[in-house]
Design a protein around this ligand. Structure first.
Ligand SMILES: [Zn+2]
Length: 387
């Protein structure tokens, strides 16, 4: 009996050990990205992320401790000087990566200027052109690996001079020509890929989306837009610091991300699509679990961004909020453990109060396209006018 008792006790211990091992396994997969190797320990040098104040658009400058740099989007053409000034201010001599999350002018409108201003080694994009883009109008066909090594010796493609071109197609055509002319290597990204921003791999960009096949227009709900839904989604990791960069992803993109085993938890979230009501779902926030969120948006945008519903969700989840429309440029720094967030200016406005659109788009069957309201909104000199 005594032996039997010991035997049962031993069995229980084994069960306990097995459960502990399973729990540890689960924690491992919860805390670390399931695809690819774990990152080496952070070097302790300072990583900087500058969410630039480019009005209605995105431009996020990442400077790794050993000086490698990436720019995720470049704002619209009207704010090219803001990006140029930031590259200058932070002493960025060249960009290891320029990431075009998607072809809309508020993300790549300033890209041609960047490509002409400084050396860019690699341009990363989804490889998904705007719906009415004609390949022959921009660059020669790419090779099977999805890469093209732009050589300045090649003839420079001429952007198609067509009055019928939509603003997005025109901007994308100019962007592709500028990439070709710059000599940067164009790479079409895929989920699971990693791009190192340090020599020992402790600062890393991981591609989470677009997840094939690309969303098509008929898959979009009212107000949805497929270039947005097909945004490149990136995760920046450095030790215990993590930042999710979803471009202008839609709720459908979030659903697709949630259906994979990709780990999308991040301590900081750059809110998708300038705080649009068509993204940042409750379910997505529950999985990302951000401590802080940043919205890059103009105070005079006509699109109703950031949406009150999104701000309510962020507030209810206890997520600290930062906004470029109220606080200007927002800078994150981390030495791989904790992080600090600084803003260019203070605001007396309520960060959790959204903006109303100039027209209701809920009855429309389509997206309010960039340009539907005429020229891009101008950034005024004064900073009041919060609502
Ligand atoms: Zn946008």
């Amino acid at each position: 009996m005594a032996q039997q008792g010991r035997g049962r006790g031993c069995g229980c211990l084994l069960v306990v050990l097995a459960l502990a091992a399973a729990a540890a396994f689960g924690v491992y997969f919860k805390l670390y990205r399931p695809k690819g190797p774990r990152l080496p320990s952070a070097s302790g040098g300072e990583l900087q992320v500058h969410v630039l104040d480019v009005g209605q658009g995105d431009a996020i400058l990442i400077i790794a401790p050993d000086g490698k740099a990436a720019l995720v989007d470049a704002g619209d053409a009207a704010h090219a000087s803001v990006v140029r000034d930031a590259l200058n201010r932070y002493g960025v001599q060249h960009l290891d990566y320029f990431v075009a999350t998607h072809p809309h002018p508020d993300h790549i409108g300033g890209a041609a200027d960047v490509l002409k201003t400084i050396k860019v080694l690699n341009v990363l994009d989804s490889g998904i052109p705007p719906p009415d883009f004609e390949e022959s109008a921009a660059t020669p066909a790419q090779n099977a690996k999805g890469k093209t090594k732009g050589q300045s010796a090649k003839p420079t493609p001429k952007p198609r001079a067509s009055k019928a071109q939509l603003p997005t197609t025109k901007t994308y055509t100019e962007f592709r020509a500028a990439v070709q002319q710059s000599g940067a290597q164009l790479v079409h990204v895929a989920p699971g890929q990693h791009y190192d921003l340090s020599s020992n791999g402790d600062v890393r960009l991981t591609v989470l989306a677009p997840i094939p096949p690309p969303f098509t227009k008929d898959q979009m709900r009212a107000g949805g837009n497929e270039p947005n839904a097909n945004s490149v989604v990136l995760q920046l990791d450095y030790g215990n610091f993590s930042l999710l960069l979803p471009g202008d992803a839609e709720a459908q993109t979030e659903q697709r991300l949630l259906s994979t085993n990709a780990n999308i938890t991040a301590r900081i979230l750059k809110v998708a699509h300038h705080g649009s009501k068509y993204a940042t779902s409750d379910e997505f926030l529950r999985h990302v679990k951000p401590e802080a969120a940043i919205i890059s948006v103009s105070e005079f945008n006509p699109y109703g961004q950031p949406a009150q519903s999104v701000l309510d969700r962020l507030k209810a989840a206890g997520i600290k909020l930062y906004r470029t429309d109220l606080q200007g440029e927002i800078t994150l720094t981390s030495k791989g453990d904790d992080y600090e967030i600084k803003t260019m200016k203070e605001t007396k406005g309520d960060l959790y109060t959204g903006r109303a659109g100039t027209k209701d788009d809920s009855a429309r069957s389509g997206f309010i396209a960039y340009g539907d309201f005429g020229p891009p909104p101008r950034q005024p000199k004064k900073t009041s006018g919060q609502r």
